[in-house]
Design a protein around this ligand. Sequence first.
Ligand code: F6P
Length: 344
Amino acid sequence: MKRVGILTGGGDAPGLNAVIWAVVRKGTKRGLEIFGLKDGWKGILKGEGEVLTPQDVEDIQRTGGTILGTSRTNPYKEENGPEKVKENFKNLSLDALIAVGGEDTLGVANRLIKEYGLPIVGVPKTIDNDLSATDYTFGFDTAINIVTEALDRLHTTTKSHHRVMVVEIMGRHAGWITLFGGLSGGAHIIIIPEEPFDLNELCEEIKRRKEAGKDYTIIAVSEGAIPKEGQKFVTQEEGTDAFGHIRLGGIARALEKEIKERTGLETRHVILGHLQRGGAPTAFDRVLGIRLGLKAVDMVLNEKFGYMAALRGTEIIEVPLEEAVGRLKTVSSDLWSEIKEVLE
Ligand code: F6P
């Protein structure tokens, strides 16, 4: 019997448990033993995990988070990390590994395959939807539905008070959640990292709306948005994580202050934060997670190491991991122009 490890790394995304459910059910049926590693790459570095049976994953496809736990551990930042991973592959008798993650987790997988010859296949996940080589990542649909619901709710209170509401949305340096969530939730102004904004123009637009009788404005702004003038709105925590990322956040608060001062209008801000990652996945994300998990088992059985399961159109296909981790998928200027035209 072959033993196959599975780990979930990076920020959690609704749909992870659907992948695990599918891998355990199909893998077990096909004669594999599935070994769940704890907390992403940390689990394999420490040799921590346990065998998962179909009973262990009963009904989890409907739930958010990850039963395996997750972390932002980077083996390449640990002393002899990659060597330890290789050693524990042997100690845990793993014949293959399914790594479920975003650019960081899959970037590590790609290096371990190339530099240490480890038999790994990838499954893409992130609410940010910024992975190349796949049309959508699971977690994204859930996130934009949460943003939509939040904006729907903010409409009623903002309208009643004739206010400006600045809503900060996750997604790091990609504007997908803000653009799709903002569009669907009826944001009047959308600001994404791909298109640096001009603070003066933004305030003029808010004033124009007011003069035109539209006495409330909802602004959806990405946490990673940057102003044209080069003013720093992005608040930065001390230091970075193991993958070199700063923690974004605070732009909505900064914009609230600027807008209030420059327009004289009553302004408030809301940071949606981790609400966007929490709770049960949408039906779309459950099914996508399950289909990717099923494909990952096929890829292990066919020894397609160095590849990642991906959604292309309506098909689940295999793509080289390298294609997925080479560059971030961001909002194109064509798509942005198309949407901006109808917002203005
Ligand atoms: O990558 C997913 C994500 O939710 C980003 O949108 C966000 O910037 C980041 O993770 C937050 O990370 P953490 O949960 O470590 O604060």
